[in-house]
Design a protein around this ligand. Structure first.
Ligand code: G16
Ligand code: MG
Length: 219
């Protein structure tokens, strides 16, 4: 194992909740039913892809211009929600996990399809903990496509087979497996059944990695 590639939303910080609030407001404005269960399907899905899934429940169709305006308005609301973020918004164990990787000599990458990822990393004060952060604006196909994880591996100079991906979303785990990497799911095993192993949060990351290294489950 030579590199660990982390997802951001829902793994390192709980922006997943802010995405939920922003999409919920948009869905209400269009009279579309929206709840936490539906939101689970949107985790890791890019902005326009998420909007398409929500509008599939609407009673009318939307022009491309209308869709862009709705996506912009969701993003504007989302940005107001994340504007106040600080290092206090790091999830438990996140910094320790990143530092542990660095101390082991592993390369550390970030694979978030969020176009706000650089802003969020800065607010959290952890930008310098990554060797490479994929710019979501340069990715053609979002998760579950493996493109973003393959890009991270290539920029880190590591074979995908020597990478571990860490994800909270089913679409993200699918992307990691399609990239030929070992997948650590963060959250519920029932949702993340495709992952090679699942931990409740990054507080369990170090122990899990040490166990994996000992058993040789990952090269
Ligand atoms: C994240 C979230 C998704 C969100 C996407 C795009 O993906 O999980 O819910 O739709 O970013 O975000 P934005 O609208 O800020 O570009 P990831 O890959 O970080 O889990
Ligand atoms: Mg995520």
């Amino acid at each position: 194992m030579k590199a660990v590639i982390f997802d951001l939303d829902g793994v390192i910080t709980d922006t997943a909740h802010y995405h939920f609030l922003a999409w919920q407001k948009l869905a209400q404005s269009q009279d579309v039913h929206f709840d936490e269960a539906f939101n689970e399907n949107l985790k890791g899905i890019d902005r326009m892809g998420s909007l398409e899934l929500i509008l599939a429940g609407a009673s009318r169709s939307y022009s491309d211009a209308e869709k862009l305006a709705l996506a912009d308005s969701k993003n504007a609301h989302y940005k107001t929600l994340i504007a106040e973020m600080s290092p206090a918004d790091l999830l438990p164990g996140a910094v320790a996990a990143l530092d542990w990787c660095r101390a082991q000599g592993l390369k550390v990458g970030l694979a978030s399809v969020s176009k706000n990822a650089f802003t969020v990393l800065e607010s959290l004060g952890i930008t310098d903990k990554f060797d490479y952060v994929v710019d979501a604006a340069t990715i053609a196909r979002g998760k579950p496509d493996p493109e973003i994880f393959l890009r991270a591996a290539s920029e880190l100079g590591v074979d995908p087979a020597d990478c571990v991906g860490v994800e909270d979303a089913a679409a993200g785990v699918t992307a990691i497996k399609a990239a030929g990497m070992f997948a650590i799911g963060v959250g519920q095993p029932a949702t993340l059944w495709q992952a090679d192993t699942v931990i409740p949060g990054l507080e369990q990351f170090k122990n899990m990695m040490e166990t994996l290294c000992k058993t040789g489950a990952s090269s």
